[in-house]
Design a protein around this ligand. Structure first.
Ligand code: PMP
Length: 341
């Protein structure tokens, strides 16, 4: 057996994710569509990057000291990333989340050693909203920091210094366009800023799900949401600090149904099991590819983000009953599985 030299500590496993050519989407767009495999991070999502950068930034500013505590209000991937990074660096993790979130998410966070504080769901303006509760807890806890991913720009810095540089090198500087959806906006803003520094001609497109307000903001200057989406982790109603100054050239709005078409085709045709935000991103990348082709660019190279693993959604996206309850089409192999039971 050939045992190669070690490449560093476990945190060096975050980032430097593979970039793969997606053949179905490339065929549909008429040009090369590339997917950045963020599900290959140790926490299986793009948010490991933000978790690492926010924690390192708090250390550098002297706010987070040995054996300190990282507190965040989040139900999803950011909590998982924070718990893993905090474990590796000897910090405690406290996650505040609404008590209506899936049991799987609670079980995952508990399994990783995070302490969970459950609060009743309420609107953002209510001081008992989970984000405000987590901020107050951090203020009142000795040796604790609040990660604050929405307005903490160490989040987008992870993508300026990491994801964007990787995309530039992996495409040998040939990238023509990039698109993804926004949750905090850290990914779209950070990758956009990092790539524009390399070449200001690279087209940056926001892909917005229904129910989010950013499509109308970038198209018409008005924060206005229409429709709804069941996609987790994306869909923003305000300009977060991470989104301020994001170099967005154009925007697309993609429905859950369109996103699901690509979740299905990527699984059945290319062996990738992904979450719905990845499907929505791929549908947006196809739109961007077609736009660049229609302007006469020869085989434009377009990249997007494959945000997280589909294994995180076995009881939702990959469950026939759940899909039916949301009025969404059921993948035919799930229908067949039901019939056989
Ligand atoms: N997809 C998923 C599944 C996510 O959890 C997130 C993070 N909220 C995003 C996409 C969007 O990333 P960002 O917060 O960088 O906008």
């Amino acid at each position: 057996m050939n045992i190669t030299a070690p490449i560093g500590d476990t945190l060096s496993l975050i980032g430097n994710t593979p970039l793969v050519r997606l053949s179905g989407p490339s065929e549909a767009a008429g040009c090369d569509i590339w997917g950045k495999c963020e599900f290959a991070n140790p926490g299986s999502s793009v948010k490991d990057r933000a978790a690492l950068w926010m924690i390192r930034d708090a250390e550098e500013r002297g706010e987070l000291r040995p054996a300190g505590t990282v507190i965040e209000g989040t139900a999803g991937n950011t909590g998982i990333g924070i718990a893993l990074v905090a474990n590796a660096l000897g910090y405690r993790t406290v996650i505040v989340m609404p008590d209506n979130q899936s049991k799987e998410k609670m079980d995952t966070l508990r399994a990783l050693g995070a302490e969970l504080v459950l609060v009743p769901p309420t609107k953002y303006a209510d001081p008992n909203h989970f984000q405000h509760v987590s901020r107050r807890m951090a203020e009142e806890t000795e040796g604790a920091i609040w990660a604050g991913q929405f307005d903490n720009i160490a989040n987008r810095k992870a993508h300026i210094e990491g994801t964007a540089q990787e995309l530039w090198h992996q495409t040998e500087g040939r990238i023509d366009g990039f698109t993804c959806a926004a949750g905090t906006g850290g990914t779209i803003a950070g990758v956009g800023m990092g790539l524009k520094e390399k070449n200001s001609e690279i087209r940056i497109a926001l892909t917005d799900p229904h129910g989010a307000a950013l499509y109308n903001y970038f198209a018409h200057g008005e924060l206005k949401a229409e429709g709804s989406s069941v996609a987790e982790g994306i869909g923003q109603g305000r300009i977060t600090a991470n989104l301020e100054g994001a170099p967005i050239d154009t925007q697309f709005r993609i429905s859950d149904e369109e996103g699901l078409v690509w979740v299905e085709r990527l699984l059945r045709g290319e062996g990738l099991c992904l979450g719905l935000s990845s499907g929505i991103n791929v549908a947006g990348a196809i739109e961007l590819g077609r736009q660049l082709v229609s302007e006469g660019r020869e085989n434009p190279q377009v990249a997007t983000i494959l945000c997280d693993t589909g294994f995180r959604y076995l009881s939702t996206l990959y469950n026939a009953e759940w899909l039916r309850s949301k009025g969404l089409p059921v993948f035919d192999w799930l229908e067949r599985g039901d019939a056989a039971r």
